[in-house]
Ligand binder design. Structure first.
Ligand code: UGA
Length: 443
């Protein structure tokens, strides 16, 4: 099938490359000329394992191309995905300016039937607004009469995780499509046919709601585990065992019960905020989600408190940080918990030395006055303590004996409960995780 994807950001790019890989011919449009130029040269502007390798051969075979202009792409495609950004407004509500602009561009450039699919995470009922915008902006001669053009709007929310996006696309748990016509359903089923996965077919509003519900529920699971971790520390229980004990119950499941310094990224914080706003506007304020957000914020503050408790005076102490990205296998710093934690420690006068395998460049605009080590060893040298803030696999394989010996004090705070506490203690470290049953002395 001929498909256009509008927006070559994270979701749009991965979707475009993967749709081309499963057999379609895909054109990606983005109004950022510099980014598009890079993409045309086969360079991926984000760090996503496997994406660049997949992209290049598809471009060679002319199954995937990049452009900044609408006309030819829209003309050539029957199915058009909207995957532009939906940033947060001050109120938390999603800003749909880009979505509206794109709907207008599609309308003025279409010359035959189109299926317009929203892939960006949008508030419920956005589909209807897209439909209205396209209708309003279609040239009059194409709106009615003999030359009238038909179109459908559909919703196809994205469930990709950064860092695992290609595998998530190729092997999804399900594909959700929200459609209002048989034609739209048939076309979207055809798009995803090669994946041979379970399809949840529903109306547009329900599909939009599924995305809100799934992300909010996952954020709730994380905050539930984080709240448990606080109690674990106070009563001498170990959150790792508590989560295992709960997780073996198939009704609960072990995933997303990892306590730590809280969730970050471009999705959960923004989506939870947007869903809170949407629920308020709908007349049913979702109070539970406000607490999910509070717990997430408190988790970072509690971590800083723990560091303060063990180091006492932070002024002029040197703190080494391993990991800055909001999670491993990405260079994404958006809403990374490391930002708030580092700023809070700096506020108390601590000096920060940091290392991340991929996110250093992206971290610079968020972090001021941080010095960067060339590797974990150089970073830890001479530090009064180490903080592990992102669980990159390579941090498990470090020589912690050597690291501990090079530090001013062999003290480590594991913000992700990632490292083996016993191994570290055997290597001379004082180890503190999250909710591992070792109470803060002055909570
Ligand atoms: C999330 C969802 O998992 C995807 O399904 C969805 O498509 C995407 O948002 C989106 O809306 O676009 P992503 O933000 O890439 O994907 O990352 P996750 O792997 O879900 O992690 C989110 C955050 O939660 C990270 O900061 C991670 O460290 C944290 N987390 C995750 C925990 O603190 N504990 C856990 O047990 C799991």
């Amino acid at each position: 099938m001929n498909i256009t994807i509008i927006g070559s950001g994270y979701v749009g790019l991965v979707t475009g490359v993967c749709l081309a890989q499963i057999g379609h011919r895909v054109i990606c449009i983005d109004n950022d000329a510099e980014k598009t130029k890079k993409l045309q040269q086969g360079k991926v502007p984000i760090y996503e394992p496997g994406l660049e390798e997949l992209m290049k051969p598809l471009m060679k075979k002319k199954r995937l191309s990049f452009t900044t202009t609408f006309r030819a792409a829209i003309k050539a495609s029957e199915v058009i995905f909207i995957a532009v950004g939906t940033p947060s407004k001050k109120s938390g509500e999603a800003d749909l300016t880009y979505v509206e602009n794109v709907a207008r561009e599609i309308a003025v450039n279409m010359d035959s039937y189109k299926l317009i699919v929203e892939k960006s995470t949008v508030p419920a009922a956005t589909g209807k607004r897209i439909e209205r915008t396209v209708k309003m902006n279609l040239p009059k001669k194409l709106r009615e009469g003999k030359r009238r053009i038909e179109f459908d709007v559909a919703s196809n929310p994205e469930f990709l995780r950064e860092g695992a996006a290609i595998d998530d696309f190729m092997n999804p748990d399900r594909v959700v499509i929200g459609v209002e016509s048989k034609r739209a359903e048939r076309l979207l089923r055809e798009v995803y046919k090669p994946l041979k996965t379970h399809m949840v077919v529903t109306n547009i509003n329900s599909a939009e709601m599924i995305k809100h519900a799934a992300n909010s529920f996952l954020a709730t699971k994380i905050s539930f585990a984080n709240a448990l971790s606080q109690i674990c520390d106070r009563v001498g229980a170990d959150i790792l065992k508590v989560a295992d004990g709960m997780g073996y119950d198939r009704r609960i499941g072990r995933s997303f019960l990892n306590a730590g310094i809280g969730y970050g990224g471009s999705c959960f914080p923004k989506d939870v905020d947007a869903f809170i706003r949407l629920s308020e506007k709908s007349g049913y304020p979702f109070e539970l989600l406000k607490e999910v957000r509070n717990i997430n914020e408190q988790q970072k503050a509690a971590f800083v408190k723990l560091v303060e408790d063990k180091l006492w005076i932070l002024k002029n102490k040197v703190i080494g940080v391993l990991g800055l990205a909001f999670k491993p296998d990405t260079d994404d710093m958006r809403n990374a918990p490391s930002i708030d934690i580092i700023r809070a420690l700096q506020h108390e006068g601590a000096r920060i030395k940091a290392y991340d395998p991929q996110a250093v460049a992206n971290s610079r605009p968020y972090l001021k006055g941080v010095t960067y080590g060339k590797d974990p060893y150089a970073t830890a040298k001479g530090c009064d303590c180490l903080l592990l803030l992102t669980e990159w696999a390579e941090f498990k394989k470090l020589n912690y004996k050597k690291i501990g010996q090079s530090m001013n004090r062999a003290l480590i705070f594991d913000g992700r409960n990632f490292l083996n506490d016993k191994d570290l203690e055997n290597n001379g470290f004082e180890y503190h995780g999250i909710g591992r049953g070792r109470p803060v002395e002055n909570p």
